[in-house]
Design a protein around this ligand. Sequence first.
Ligand SMILES: [Zn+2]
Ligand SMILES: [Zn+2]
Length: 358
Amino acid sequence: MRSGKQVFADAKGDEEAMKALMFYGPGDVRLEEVERPKPGPGEVLVEIKAALTCGTDKKAYKRGHPKMKPPTPFGHELAGVVAEVGPGVEGFSVGQRVVPANSSPCNHCFYCRRGHPELCKNIEYLFGAYAEYIVIPPRIVEKNLLPIPDGVTFKQAALVEPLACVVHGIDRSNIQLGDIVCIIGHGPIGLMMTRLAKLRGAKVIVVGRNPFKLEKARQFGADELVDITAVSDPVEAVRSLTPGGRGVDVAIEAVGLPETWEEAIAVVRQGGLVNLFAGCKPGTSIKLDTRRLHYDELAIIGVYHHTPRYVRTALSLISNGWIDADALITHEMPLEKVEEAFKLLLTEKKALKIAIIP
Ligand SMILES: [Zn+2]
Ligand SMILES: [Zn+2]
């Protein structure tokens, strides 16, 4: 047994073994044969049917992740079937199709009680989506393990976690009918933001540089595209698409770079809202014009993660057909090729999310 509660024991007998991807550090992931875990009291063992790659995984593979202490199981977007139910679990049975969120709040800390469970001081995270099985801990079983509605595939259901973050981001952006919204970034998050901003009745301008992804943005509802490789000043290009060049009502940054954070602030009108949604590298900072912030009455917010309520909203949106999950999944690979999947995400311009099928 290696150190760490979530690390599996080495496999002994073949029957109880399973394959799981372990993260050892940047550029170092290993598919290992480990013991298939047994669900304890309150826990549920899920046989994973589909996992999705995520921007966070890509970043972790490239440069590590502050919340991941190696060696640790890897991946957090998954859907599957209940394989075994631990003692005392109610409401779940073997064979049931389920999707877990990747975390659960405690409900009793200061932030949970203040209505911000995404900031929970005792939040419990779940890693290990790139594996054949995963044990869902009691708190996630209780609060964030959802049955998959009929007609929703495992791959589609696995989109619940990132979509829940996006639903949270849109909910906090205060978009009004008829607003002009600028989304900077056209990865899976930017594309889902685009779609949900359209559902809120906005005209949407998407800013990016990748022709394939700009075309996807169009499919997800973008009214205007700004290709930064084709304009000299992206901020002016966005402003020129608003009446009198006044700027957009809401800007959402979905890239995670200080430069694009500054751009998001630069494209909003007086009284506009800036949602700095994508996290930047630790230790980075941005320049802020104090005059603009004060006299232009800008509202600048950060939005992190999701809550149990948004996890449920996300599954409804997928199940009701409001979000085309399949259009975000550009590739499919077996578990054995998961490392290849990360490399592909880092190099292939036509890759969005990759479904990993154990
Ligand atoms: Zn994710
Ligand atoms: Zn809490």
